[in-house]
Ligand binder design. Structure first.
Ligand code: DON
Length: 304
C-alpha cells in the first residue's frame, strides 16, 4: 500500500475544500489557534512513518486524553471500573447533564465528560502522583519525553469550566465521586491540556492497533481483551453523538478532541492522527473526519 501517495492526495483534496466549522472558543485559550493548521501522521505496524502538513506542531489533545486516562484506570481496576461507568453510547453531547440525573450519576461511557471525570477520580484515588504518573505514561507510549501539560490552557478551562463543575457536583451527590471536587477538576483540566503533535499521537495509538505485542508502558498493563474493549468504546462512543456518523463514514475506532485532533486505528495495519482546529457543532474536526473517510475509502480497508 502506497500510504505516502495516499496521504499526500488526501491532504491536497481536503485542503482544496471550502473550510467549514469553527475553532473552539468556550475554552478561551483555544480560540487563538490558527484555523489553517492541518496535519496528518500515519504509523504502520511495521514501524513506517508517513506524515504531511503541520504534523510536527503541538496542539491541545483535549478529549483524546480520555483514551490514556481510561487505559490507566482500566489497568488499575480491571472490570470493577464498569460498576461506576457504563459502556453504551450516550447519543447526547459530550458535556450534556440531562442523562446523568435520570441515570443516577452513572455516566453512560468513559469518553463523555462525566465518564472521564469518574476516570480522573479513580486515578486520583489510586496513583501516588497522579499528574506525574499520567504524563509519564504518555511520554512512554508516544516515545517522546518532552510531552507536557499546557498550564495556560488548563487554567483557561478552569476559569470557564462551569459545565464540568455541574457534572461533577451531580455525580458527587450520587456518591460516584470519592475525592474532593476541586482536586478532580484540576487533574481533568490538566489531562485535557496535554499538547502533542500528530506524529506523537499516532505513535501513542499504535499499541492499540498492534494485537501481537504486549501493552506495558510505565506500569500501565492491558491485556488483549482489555485493548479490545477500549477499541470497542472508541468505535461506539469516541466521537460522542457523532460516533455513528464517524463509523458510517470512516469505519475505524477513533477519538476526537475539541482542539481539532482525531486519532484512529486500523487493527494490525496502522494508527493515524489528523489535526485541523475547525470543529463542527458536535465538537469534532471537520477536515479530520473528511481525511479519515478518504483514507479508508482510498485504501479500501476498514474494520466495517
Ligand atoms: O471538558 C471539556 O469540555 C474539554 N476539556 C474537552 C472536550 C472535548 O475535547 C470534546 N471533544 N470533542
Amino acid at each position: 500500500m502506497d500510504y505516502s501517495k495516499i496521504i499526500n492526495e488526501i491532504y491536497q483534496e481536503v485542503k482544496s475544500e471550502t473550510p467549514q466549522g469553527k475553532v473552539a472558543s468556550y475554552i478561551p485559550e483555544l480560540a487563538h489557534i490558527d484555523a489553517d493548521k492541518f496535519g496528518i501522521s500515519l504509523q504502520t505496524i511495521e514501524g513506517k512513518d508517513f506524515s504531511v502538513g503541520h504534523f510536527d506542531e503541538n496542539f491541545s489533545i483535549q478529549s483524546i486524553s480520555k483514551v490514556f486516562s481510561l487505559s490507566m484506570a482500566f489497568s488499575l481496576l480491571g472490570d470493577k471500573i464498569w460498576n461506576r461507568i457504563g459502556t453504551e453510547p450516550s447519543g447526547t453531547a459530550f458535556n450534556s447533564i440531562m442523562q446523568l440525573e435520570y441515570e443516577k450519576g452513572k455516566p453512560r461511557n468513559p469518553f463523555i465528560n462525566a465518564g472521564a471525570l469518574v476516570v480522573a477520580d479513580i486515578l486520583i484515588s489510586h496513583l501516588p502522583n497522579p499528574k506525574t504518573d499520567f504524563i509519564e505514561f504518555i511520554r512512554q507510549i508516544s516515545q517522546n519525553s518532552n510531552i507536557s501539560y499546557d498550564l495556560n490552557i488548563a487554567q483557561s478551562e478552569k476559569q470557564t469550566g462551569f459545565r464540568n463543575t455541574a457534572l461533577i457536583n451531580m455525580m458527587k451527590s450520587y456518591k460516584n465521586i470519592e475525592n474532593n471536587i476541586e482536586t478532580v477538576l484540576d487533574f481533568y483540566f490538566c489531562q485535557c491540556s496535554v499538547t502533542m503533535t500528530c506524529r506523537d499521537l499516532a505513535r501513542s495509538f499504535l499499541p492499540f492497533a498492534n494485537t501481537s505485542s504486549d501493552f506495558n508502558f510505565n506500569n500501565v498493563r492491558l491485556t488483549k481483551s482489555q485493548i479490545k474493549r477500549i477499541n470497542a468504546l472508541m468505535i461506539t462512543c469516541g466521537l460522542y453523538d457523532e460516533s455513528g456518523e464517524f463509523t458510517f463514514r470512516v469505519g475505524l475506532p477513533g477519538k476526537s478532541g475539541v482542539g481539532g485532533g482525531i486519532a484512529a486505528i486500523n487493527p494490525n495495519y496502522y494508527s493515524v492522527a489528523v489535526w485541523s482546529p475547525l470543529i463542527n457543532e458536535k465538537g469534532n474536526s471537520v477536515y479530520g473526519m473528511k481525511a479519515l473517510e478518504l483514507l479508508t475509502t482510498k485504501t479500501e480497508n476498514s474494520i466495517c
